[in-house]
Design a protein around this ligand. Sequence first.
Ligand code: NDP
Ligand code: X2W
Length: 308
Amino acid sequence: MTYNVFIDGAAGTTGLEIAERLSGRSEFALITLDEARRKDATARREALNSADFVILCLPDDAAREAVAMIDNDRTRVIDASTAHRVAPGWIYGFPEVSGHDAVAEAMRVSNPGCYSTGFIALIAPLVRAGLLPADWPYICHAVSGYSGGGKALIERFESDSDIAWRGYALQLGHKHVPEMQARCGLTIAPLFSPAVVAAHRGMVVEVPLHLAAMSGAGSPDALRDALAKFYAGSPVVVMGEPPADGEMLLRASSKGSDLLELFLFGDADGSQARLVARLDNLGKGASGACVQNLNIMAGLPETAGLQL
Ligand SMILES: NC(=O)C1=CN([C@@H]2O[C@H](COP(=O)(O)OP(=O)(O)OC[C@H]3O[C@@H](n4cnc5c(N)ncnc54)[C@H](OP(=O)(O)O)[C@@H]3O)[C@@H](O)[C@H]2O)C=CC1
Ligand SMILES: CC(=O)N[C@@H](CCC(=O)OP(=O)(O)O)C(=O)O
C-alpha cells in the first residue's frame, strides 16, 4: 500500500525536514506543488483533498484555512502548528502520553509544540502517578536553537552572528502554555520562560522543583523511577545517561536527532530537584514527531524513517 501525502508548507523549515525523513520510503508518495503554485488556494485545495494524509507546516491562520478546505471525510491531517493543540475533536499527537491507539485511529492529530513536548514529557506522568501535585505553580525555563522560529528567525540569527542569547515572551503568555497546562492536567498555568541561543537546532527544557515545599511530592529517586517506568520500552523517549562531569552542553554543531532524553537531578537530602528534557526542536519537537505520528496512523512501525 502506498499512501499519498501532501505537506502544505513544504518549503518551510519543518516541511523540508519531514520530506527528508520520508524520502526513499516506498509506503508514501509525496504530492508536491511547484514554487509558483505552493500558495495558490485552488492548487492547495486540490492537493489537500487528493491526499490520504496531509501534514500542515504552516502558520496558524494558514493551518486553519487548510483544514477548512478539506471537504472529504477520508483525508487525515497532522497539524504541526499551534492552531489545534487544545481544540475539541483533535488528538494530541504525543503517542507516549496520549496513547498510541488514540493517534492510530485519529482523523485529526495536532502535533505538540517543541517546548511543550519537553515539559509534558516530564510533568504529565508524574502528576498522573500522584508524585507531583496538579495544583502547583510550575516554572519552566527553556532554550531553543534558532530554527525553532522558522525561516524568519533563521535569517535573523544567520545575518547577525553577534546574538548569543535572545530572551522572548517576556510579557508571559507564550503560545505553548495552554497545551502544557491542559495536557498535564494542571489547575494553574505554568510560568514559562523561553530563550533562543546561537545554535541552529537543539533544545533544553527544565522544570526546577522545590520538592520539600510540595505536599505529597515523591523523592528524586521516586520521580526518576516513575519516569523510567512510564517510558520503558519507548524507542523515542528515553532516560538520558546522567553526565559524569556534572554539566550538560548544547553544541552549536549538533546533528539532528528524533530522540527525547529525560534527566532528573536531585540534591543530597531530596528537597530539591531539576527535571530536564533534551531534544531537537526539529526532531521530536516537530518533524520527527510528525513522522512518528504518520507512521502510527498508517499502521507502520513507529520509528520508520526516524533518526534515533
Ligand atoms: N521550527 C520548529 O522548530 C517548529 C515549528 N513548528 C510549527 O510548524 C509550522 C511551520 O513552522 P516552520 O516550518 O518553522 O516555519 P517556516 O516559516 O520555516 O515555514 C512556513 C512555510 O509556510 C509557508 N506558508 C505561509 N503561508 C502559507 C500559505 N497561506 N499557503 C501555503 N504556504 C504558506 C511559508 O512560505 P514562505 O516560504 O513563502 O514564507 C513557509 O514556507 C508553524 O506553525 C510552527 O509554529 C512546530 C514545532 C517546532
Ligand atoms: C524559537 C522559537 O521561536 N520557537 C517558537 C516555537 C516553535 C514551535 O514549537 O512551534 P509552534 O509554533 O508550532 O508551537 C516560538 O517560541 O514561538
